[in-house]
Design a protein. Structure first.
Length: 228
């Protein structure tokens, strides 16, 4: 694989069903001044493939400084413990989902549903409130609390070279009682994301969407579907 599946300057797709393992949600890599951050890390079994994809992009995984877990479902966070063990990045998650990562709760994380075991991981940076700003090299990653799919769901915004990139991993849901989903909160979260007017959407299962109109249309279609 050549992660010149690059989605923008210093931005790479490094995991997903077509790249690593069918159980993996899409995971994204951000580089700035040689330092690296991951937005999610796949379901776990493809950990070494993801590391290989980082290297294939010409980047050094030992420079991994930060992992943002957008929420606690295993298809997004299964490799967290392996990355934390081998490279020592700061693991960040919203406090309302962090407990499930630290306890490896098999129901809330959907580990049982996937037939996978999540290894507990310390969440060193428990985000609180609506907006948190994290620094990578010279970049600012703005983490928005966007509850709905789960109570602690996050979306990450990066402004780079005149474009706004939105990492909105499970914009589409699903919404299930076992996940502690809340449709009303989700609608409010999606309205907030529309206000950000992103130029590029990096979604967790549907891929990458370019152009502000395409981004807004994708979000609005799911809003309209849930309103039916």
């Amino acid at each position: 694989m050549n992660p010149k599946t690059d989605i923008g300057p210093g931005l790479f797709l490094v995991a997903g069903p077509d790249l690593t393992d069918p159980r993996d949600a899409l995971a994204y890599l951000i580089e700035d001044r040689g330092d690296l951050a991951l937005i999610d890390v796949g379901a776990g079994p493809s950990y070494l493939k993801i590391v290989g994809n980082i290297r294939a992009a010409g980047l050094d995984p030992t420079r991994l400084k930060l992992i943002v877990a957008t929420h606690a479902h295993i298809d997004h966070v299964g490799a967290l413990a392996a990355f934390a063990r081998d490279y020592g990045p700061v693991v960040a998650a919203h406090e309302q989902d962090a407990w499930a990562l630290e306890s490896a709760d098999p129901v809330f994380t959907a580990g049982r549903a996937y037939g996978l075991r999540l290894e507990p991981v310390e969440v060193a940076l428990k985000l609180q409130g609506r907006v948190n700003r994290l620094v990578l090299g010279g970049s600012e990653l703005v983490c928005w609390h966007t509850p709905g799919h789960t109570p602690g769901s996050l979306s990450v915004v990066l402004d780079r070279q005149g474009k706004r990139y939105l990492f909105g991993q499970d914009i589409h849901g699903p919404f299930l009682p076992a996940l502690r989903s809340d449709l009303d909160q989700w609608r409010e979260s999606m309205a907030r994301l529309l206000e950000l007017k992103a130029d590029v959407l990096c979604e967790g299962h549907y891929g990458v969407f370019y152009g502000a109109d395409q981004v807004a249309r994708f979000i609005q279609e799911f809003l309209d579907h849930e309103a039916e």
